[in-house]
Design a protein around this ligand. Structure first.
Ligand code: CU
Length: 460
């Protein structure tokens, strides 16, 4: 049941002050740590002997990216000296990285894993490979050039032939839309309680979440879904969201963009105590205004939200209000909204770059007929801005953060910053399969094909 201990406002504010003091202490510790790292790097550099090239001294950090089945370096050429590999498995299968001549290797890395591999001092070319059986023969071997006249800005050279690249790109598109286990953002019907509430029961728990085919991560989910279930209500409804915490750590839930009493704002330890593992908390309020609301964690949120603890709470009839706001601007439309879609953007945590918890080719395609209009609510639950671009048709932006714009405007690329919601009407005009993606290119494309924040609109 609901936990609503009487709060001493003084105690609450002293808790708050204590939190601020702790933040200041943490900030100091972090900056001291950073100074330590810088001095270590300098020491490492000063011990380098670069025969014949007194200027080519120092430490090199090389980004090493593993995919199926290539290994790429950035930079591709380095000067002699101490070398640290920052190894990232950007593929979907397990890989490792080995420098057999130096007897150095990483453990087998799951998809998405990052690990540092310190090679020590290096004076000649470094041969690397993946030791997972069959992977080196499929292309996962490469050579890092070590040259006294290397510049730190040497461009990345992809260790992949043009034919391999084309084949990989075609293969990934053929997988779309890839079937994966788990579908986020499904509408959750409320229970009508005897005391007149629309009650939504949510349980926060860590689950196995398949981001794309074969890539299963530990997702932090509401009711096993990423994003969490879609909650819908009307102005005037009494709403109760009963949150049970089955996570290994405390949580709380903020109702972002929804007008609620302060005690229901979900910001522990200010407006409520943290919901500890095993505990349940009731968020109760009467919906007084329409909203394109988010519900998401407000506790260790930089981890809990990107890992999956976020969903949508929509109050009101947005199909009608947005079409009214469009006025006569959508000249090719049949005059009504045919489908309403929430698209949750994410870029961090265990889920990573994704649309509604999935990475291309496992993202969901959308289907429209010419003359139909789709209302899209973009939600950004990530850590960076994403310029979302549908190849066609041009979008009419009608609302921001659940407020109808006085002057809706057309745009084909709409930047959605963290925390923002933008509501956009798209009327289908031309048949075809139209790409729809984030326009930060590294969020949409790789040397082995389209990936991450990409889907398509199929118009007929
Ligand atoms: Cu992006």
């Amino acid at each position: 049941m609901s936990e609503k201990p009487t709060r001493n406002p003084l105690l609450a504010s002293s808790d708050f002050l204590f939190s601020l003091m702790m933040l200041a202490v943490i900030a100091m510790v972090v900056s001291i740590g950073a100074i330590g790292i810088v001095s270590v790097a300098k020491n490492g550099g000063s011990s380098t002997e670069a025969a014949g090239s007194p200027s080519a001294s120092g430490s090199s950090t090389v980004e090493v990216t593993l995919t199926e089945f290539t290994i790429t370096f950035s930079p591709a050429v380095i000067p002699p000296g101490n070398v640290v590999f920052n190894v990232h498995n950007a593929g979907t299968a397990q890989h490792n990285l080995a420098v057999t001549a130096l007897n150095k290797r990483t453990p087998a890395l799951d998809a998405g894993a990052h690990v540092l591999l310190d090679l020590g001092k290096v004076s000649s070319d470094v041969n690397v490979l993946c030791e997972i059986p069959g992977h080196a023969d499929s292309g996962m071997k490469a050579t890092l050039k070590v040259s006294a006249d290397a510049s730190a800005t040497a461009p990345t050279v992809a260790m992949i032939t043009n034919a391999q690249m084309d084949a990989a790109m075609e293969a990934v598109v053929k997988r779309f839309p890839e079937k994966t286990k788990g579908l986020g953002g499904q509408e959750l019907k409320p229970t009508i309680t005897s005391d007149g509430y629309k009650q939504f029961d949510l349980t926060a728990k860590i689950v196995d979440w398949e981001v794309e085919g074969g890539k299963v991560v530990k997702g932090w989910a509401y009711n096993g879904q990423i994003p969490g279930p879609q909650l819908r209500a009307n102005v005037g409804d009494k709403i109760r969201i009963r949150l049970k915490n089955e996570l290994p750590e405390s949580t709380s839930m903020h109702l972002h963009g929804v007008r609620v009493p302060n005690a229901m704002d979900g910001v522990d330890p200010i407006t409520q105590p943290a919901i500890k593992p095993g505990e349940t908390f009731d968020y109760e309020f009467t919906a007084t205004e329409v909203a394109i609301g988010m519900y998401h964690s407000h506790h260790n949120a930089q981890v809990q939200i990107p890992n999956g603890l976020a969903g949508s709470l929509i109050i009101g009839d947005w199909k009608t209000s947005t079409m009214k706001a469009a006025g006569s601007r959508l000249t090719d439309s049949n005059g009504k909204v045919d489908q309403e879609v929430v698209m949750v953007l994410n870029d961090a945590g265990t889920i990573g770059l994704s649309l509604n918890g999935k990475s291309f080719p496992a993202t969901a395609p959308y289907v429209m007929k010419i003359g139909e209009t789709m209302l899209v609510h973009y939600y950004n639950e990530g850590l960076m801005t994403h310029p979302m671009h549908m190849h066609q048709p041009t979008g009419l932006i009608v609302a921001r953060d659940g407020k109808i714009l006085e002057h809706p405007f057309f745009a084909d690329t709409i930047s959605v910053a963290p925390g923002e919601r933008w509501s956009v009407l798209y009327t289908a005009k031309d048949a075809g399969v139209w790409a729809w993606h984030c326009h930060i290119l590294t969020h949409a494309e790789t040397p082995t094909g389209m990936k991450y924040m990409v889907t398509a609109v199929i118009v007929s």
